[in-house]
Design a protein around this ligand. Structure first.
Ligand code: NAD
Ligand code: G6P
Ligand code: MN
Length: 440
């Protein structure tokens, strides 16, 4: 059996322990020769790395485990890079959420002005990472989860247009599919989903069962009548339960397709604004919840020397998806995944260079996206607006253009007012001065 060298960039991420557990559970399918955790923050890295060493000593001793902050060690012989970095950490996420909220617009990790700020921060580090990897390993697969995935994907496509081995992926479609499967009482693996849109901005069009029956009408009916909960509701913080519950509202208003949870920030900006707590945002919830728990649990594992029964994972779907995707590519399984690809006619009435999120078969030569066809005026209008915002954000970064940044924020449906956009932009520039290029 073939075995692979895998490097996790953002080794100190709160999602890494779940990913490590998934790698262990796939040892007979996607086999590891070497695992490298790479991070720029040695302190975080050493705690998660300490957990990795204990876990692999117990369950996967044949794999070499390397914990490093050195790029050459990380990339020299890598086959698959899994990337989940957060430039600026939760400290900057908190500002992304609070600065907009204090100016009367939505503050969210990946949507609106917060996503814009995070996007400009991520682009620089993601480009540097791809350049570093390609210096050592031109043909390694780069599977990226770093957010905001829409903006990162568009920027990487513009900067590395000929690189066919960079794939940007989001776990939210899979989180939703797990939840649908639970509602319907079927197995997630038996669902064949068809999805279209941009990242964090899309809809399920059809979801077929093994027999070819479309389950979407039944699902819409259940959610419209009874509401919607995530599959792992008992592990979720309150804010995520609120987010899922609004899917019911979206379905009542717009009945055709099943919306991604993230659409609510654009469809109900006023409602969201008045229901988000500007003194205690999602970043605070994560710092006091997942981050604290994961790091405490990893430290405990290091001290006791065993990972048996360790409670390090809050959402199994995320790590499982990352490894399943690598497995589908490496073993040419051509399984269905919803991934981010260049449009090029998949949705003929959208720009060719938009980075769309659509159902694809994933094999050794990368994604083979399914044709979606022309989309209706409502979806086209929403997506074109969001695409223009994303594109202007990326252009603002590459050109160092203040005016394009202002155009981007003005177009964003969570803002729409140029005077508000300018005020938020100016405060974000000040807060991000250690991370952003100068915008003139
Ligand atoms: P986190 O802050 O806990 O972890 C990120 C890690 O990246 C930190 O240890 C940090 O030191 C490291 N890092 C920062 N800049 C780096 C760089 N230039 N090179 C290498 N490492 C660097 O954050 P988290 O909550 O665990 O999330 C990690 C990332 O994964 C975020 O971008 C998040 O948005 C993303 N994410 C994406 C999805 C998805 O659906 N695509 C799902 C979950 C998380
Ligand atoms: C989902 C999204 C990710 C996002 C994450 C935030 O998984 O698909 O893109 O980063 O939620 O979760 P958090 O728990 O950090 O708010
Ligand atoms: Mn996502």
């Amino acid at each position: 059996m073939k075995s692979y060298n895998v490097t996790i960039v953002g080794g100190g991420s709160t999602w890494t322990p779940g990913l490590l557990k998934a790698l262990v559970s796939y040892k007979d399918k996607f086999r590891l020769k070497k695992l490298v955790l790479f991070d720029i923050n040695e302190e975080r890295q050493n705690v998660i790395g300490g957990f990795a060493k204990v876990l692999f000593r117990e369950y996967y001793p044949e794999t070499e485990v390397v914990i490093t902050t050195d790029k050459e060690t990380a990339y020299q012989d890598v086959d698959y890079v899994f990337c989940q970095m957060r430039t600026g950490g939760y400290e900057m996420r908190e500002k992304d959420e609070k600065i907009p909220l204090n100016n009367g617009v939505i503050g969210q990790e990946t949507c609106g002005a917060g996503g814009f700020a995070y996007g400009i921060r991520s682009i620089r580090d993601m480009i540097e990472m791809v350049e570093d990897i390609r210096r050592y390993k031109p043909d390694a697969w780069i599977l990226n989860y770093t957010n905001p995935a829409a903006i990162v994907a568009y920027a990487l496509q513009k900067r590395f247009p000929d690189d066919k081995k960079i794939l940007n992926i989001c776990d939210q479609p899979i989180n939703l599919l797990y939840s649908y499967a639970k509602i319907l009482g079927v197995k997630y693996e038996d669902l064949e989903p068809y999805y279209f849109g941009l990242n964090h901005f899309g809809w399920f069009k059809n979801i077929y069962d093994k027999g070819g029956k479309d389950l979407l009408p039944e699902l819409k009916k259940i959610i419209t009548e009874k509401g919607f909960l995530p599959a792992d509701a008992e592990q979720r913080d309150k804010s995520w339960l609120d987010t899922y519950s609004l899917v019911q509202d979206m379905l009542v208003d717009f009945t055709e397709f099943l919306p991604n949870t993230y659409l609510q920030y654009y469809i109900y900006p006023q409602y969201k604004l008045t229901h988000l707590n500007k003194d205690y945002t999602r970043a605070n919830e994560v710092m006091n919840g997942r981050e604290k728990n994961v790091f405490a649990e990893c430290r405990r594992v290091m001290e006791t020397g065993t990972a048996k029964g360790a409670d390090v994972v809050k959402n199994d779907a995320h790590g499982e998806m990352i490894v399943a995707i690598a497995d589908s590519i490496a073993n040419n399984l051509k399984k269905y995944y919803i991934v981010i690809v260049e449009n090029n006619g998949i949705i003929p009435n959208l720009p060719d260079d938009a980075m769309v999120e659509v159902t694809s078969l994933l094999g050794i030569n990368g994604p083979e996206p399914f044709h979606v066809g022309e989309i209706g005026t409502f979806y086209k209008g929403l997506i074109e607006n969001q695409y223009a915002y994303e594109r202007l954000t990326v252009e603002a970064y590459f050109e160092g253009s203040y005016e394009k940044a202002l155009q981007a924020l003005t177009l964003n449906r969570t803002i729409t007012d140029a005077k508000k956009a300018r005020k938020v932009l100016d405060e974000l520039i000040e807060a991000n001065k250690n991370y952003w290029p100068a915008l003139k």
